[in-house]
Design a binder for this molecule. Sequence first.
Ligand code: UD1
Length: 418
Amino acid sequence: MTEFVINGGRKLRGSIAVQGSKNSALPLLAATLLVCGEVVIENCPELSDVDCALEILTYLGCTVDRCGHSVAIDCTSMHAHDIPERLMKRMRSSVVFLGAILARAGRAEMTMPGGCMLGPRPIDYHIDALRALGADIDSEGDRLICRACRLCGCDVFLPFPSVGTTENAMLAASASRGSTRIMNAAREPEIQDLAGFMNAIGIPVRGAGTSVIEVEGGIRTHGTHYAVMTDRIAAGTYLCATAVCGGTVELTNARPEHIEALTGALRRAGCEILEKPGYCKLTAPSHIAPVGIVETRPYPGHATDMQPPLMALMCTAAGTSVFIENIFESRYNHIVGLRRMGADIQNEGRFAAIHGVSKLTGCPVTALDLRAGAALVTAALGAYGETSVSHIEHLERGYERMDEVLCGLGADVIRREH
Ligand code: UD1
């Protein structure tokens, strides 16, 4: 087991270039299956979820050549159309390979995906969207067997703007005859990045970033070089950490337009934030003010992934804040650890009221999922004394060398193996 041992109370100062986006890199890697020829993905973060996506591509028969943040992929020799259970269970995003394999091979087999335990995470929207495009999908226990002799472009209506379903529908639509309109599509920046990649390989995609996305199917693709966008969740986490600790941190490659809901909340908390294109700087106040009500929503609303680190900040605010988690049923895995550190949090279903206390105190805590772990690290950085955060394998799914990034800003974080 690996843990972070954090001695809190140090101000953060300095500058960071934020990693490439995990949630963007994963569908982009799946989308490389649409290309016969070489694709180079730049700014690809070094994360365990990315390792898993690359293992899936290798298993399928693709050539993968990784050098730091650059990955060259050639899917010309793809020969398999199934994903083994051990890879499916490692992350939720493996499900986005469904649309891509179906588009490329006309059939796909896989088990239900794994991922963070945030309550029930069904894939019914994914299946309905692919069926609307003409896929036959049967399930045998935990196993999905999908066939698509001929996918046909059509209007696909999503009951909820699900990020993964929008991605799967875009990928499958690329191999459909005619054009597809995805209605009530997710508007997240990661969807725009996937559309950018699909356009770069020759598939016309219009409307990404709005609720209606159009994909032209059956177009011949070609290789490309494409850089993954900056990770808005990692950027937001480092801003929250700075606010907790005090100090000033600048993000030199940020996309401030992707984190407006968060920066709005941080300004309400008293932070001074300077934004320019590609740049964001946060200076923390001496006392954090409560942010009021934070309700998570699909983009451009408050991101559910930012809720845990923002809650960690509110634990020491001068008053009460209320969080309403609308996206996932149980995304409050961080509360138990925050309480251990002395936070005063009432939680009932989707609601959590955080009554700020004057300080948190370090103690051993466990990261139960990726963003819950980010919340505990954020809280520990501002806490009095030593906190050990165990099970950081969750953090390493989404944050690239988080300990080194934080130490570079002046934090005291040691990675310890047991
Ligand atoms: C993606 C992100 C995740 C983020 C989430 C919401 C990746 C790798 N992960 O996850 O970090 O927190 O978007 O912004 O990009 N749902 C169903 N049936 C389905 C699909 C989804 O009921 O078939 C429900 C989910 O259980 C959840 C909600 O819809 O309650 C939103 O899920 P979705 O947008 O699909 O999230 P993911 O794509 O899994």
